[in-house]
Write a protein that binds this ligand. Structure first.
Ligand code: FE2
Length: 186
């Protein structure tokens, strides 16, 4: 199993290669806030484990295996950070916390989070429920309080079924038939 620390290093190298085109132990040390000798030592270990390689003119790169892991960590990080920002967490904390959670999150949770973030981001405008959540987070008052709670979807379906049962063979609704009957009686 890959340790959290290896995942952090691979992610840092991946980001540096993306941002700067190169990754030196000094840059890695700065990114991870560790001492440079520690970064050098870890990079040597990563090379031994076939996760990092050196190319003559490019310097350090990720091997296909290293890149696959790094990319997976990076994608987890991005989704988690976006999710936290949707919740209203400030960017700096969202980024820091994403880096902590990314190592332990269950793949099933991750799949749902990816869908959730995509769902919100694909909305043509900020979803109303998210706006209401923002109000609640800011004021502590539920904007929907006092409104009658809707039943579960199953019940709504039942009520639709009940309505459709009122449609008679000739296409008239049950209400119309009742009205006709009432008129005949009166
Ligand atoms: Fe991260």
């Amino acid at each position: 199993m890959i340790s959290k620390s290896v995942e952090d290093y691979l992610e840092a190298i991946y980001r540096l290669l993306k941002e700067k085109g190169y990754a030196r132990p000094i840059d890695i040390a700065q990114k991870l806030r560790v001492k440079q000798p520690s970064a050098t030592e870890m990079v040597q270990r990563l090379a031994k484990d076939d996760l990092v390689a050196y190319e003559k003119y490019r310097g350090m790169t990720l091997t296909p295996k290293g890149e696959r892991i790094a990319n997976s960590v990076y994608r987890r990080h991005r989704t988690l950070a976006e999710f936290l920002k949707i919740l209203g967490v400030e960017e700096r904390i969202a980024e820091e916390d994403a880096c902590k959670i990314e190592h332990d999150v269950n793949p099933k949770t991750m799949r749902q989070l990816v869908k959730f973030v995509e769902f919100v981001q694909k909305s043509p405008q900020e979803p109303r429920w998210l706006e209401r959540f923002g109000e609640y987070a800011g004021t502590g008052k539920h904007p929907e309080r006092g409104r009658k709670k809707e039943g579960p979807i199953g019940n709504q379906q039942d009520s639709r079924d009940c309505e459709s049962k009122l449609i008679t063979k000739n296409g008239e609704s049950g209400d119309v038939n009742l009205l006709k009957k009432y008129m005949e009686w009166s």
